[in-house]
Design a protein around this ligand. Structure first.
Ligand code: IMP
Ligand code: MG
Length: 179
């Protein structure tokens, strides 16, 4: 382990520069796709905040931003997929083109729940944009329209992703050392 790494970090998976470049590319796709429409980025707190702000600044068309927070029930092994909204959006999404912005789509339970919930509110369109996609662990199928990186089956932190609420502020994305 390099001395620059906090304890628990095994290696860097994506550098700050790689992340910045990839976000520019995805933002260009989004700008092209949603030009002339009513784009709203919906961030899932707290993990997606760093990604959402970087993405929003790189998108070149007008957009609105709103947030929701979810709580996944503690025991992910005995009760996976139990998700509820802990803080709802401030505003209606009716008639808007909504991009659900996620830090990572893993099992897919969170994304599926949010897509179903938001679909019931009459958006003009609804799609997922995720920083990381770990399809190796997918349990329920969800359509992922925009993704920055596919990742291997390892726990990662940084750029918004946490381990016990720590490491969100790392500029890069790193693999955690297994304990
Ligand atoms: P889901 O399994 O697709 O429902 O993902 C639920 C949530 O688990 C994600 O939004 C993240 O907050 C969290 N999560 C999943 N994998 C990781 C990881 O490798 N690092 C940090 N958080 C993760
Ligand atoms: Mg999350």
């Amino acid at each position: 382990m390099s001395a620059a790494h906090p304890p628990g970090i095994e290696r860097v998976l994506f550098t700050e520069e790689q992340i910045r470049q990839r976000i520019q590319e995805v933002a260009a796709e989004i700008s092209a796709r949603f030009r002339g429409r009513d784009l709203k980025l919906v961030g899932v707190l707290k993990g997606s905040v760093f990604f959402l702000t970087a993405l929003a600044r790189a998108i070149e068309i007008p957009l609105k931003i709103d947030f929701l927070a979810i709580s996944s029930f503690a025991n992910r092994t005995t009760a996976p997929g139990l998700v509820r909204i802990a803080k709802d959006l401030d505003d209606s999404i009716e008639g808007e083109d909504v991009l659900l912005v996620e830090d990572i789509v893993d099992t897919g339970f969170t994304a599926r729940y949010l897509l179903r919930t938001l679909a019931g509110r009459g958006p003009n369109s609804l799609a997922i944009c995720t920083l990381l996609d770990r399809t190796a662990r997918r349990i329920v199928q969800v359509p992922v329209e925009f993704r920055c990186f596919e990742i291997p089956d390892r726990f990662v932190v940084g750029f918004g992703l946490d381990y016990k609420q720590l490491y969100r502020n790392l500029g890069h994305i790193a693999v955690m050392r297994p304990d």
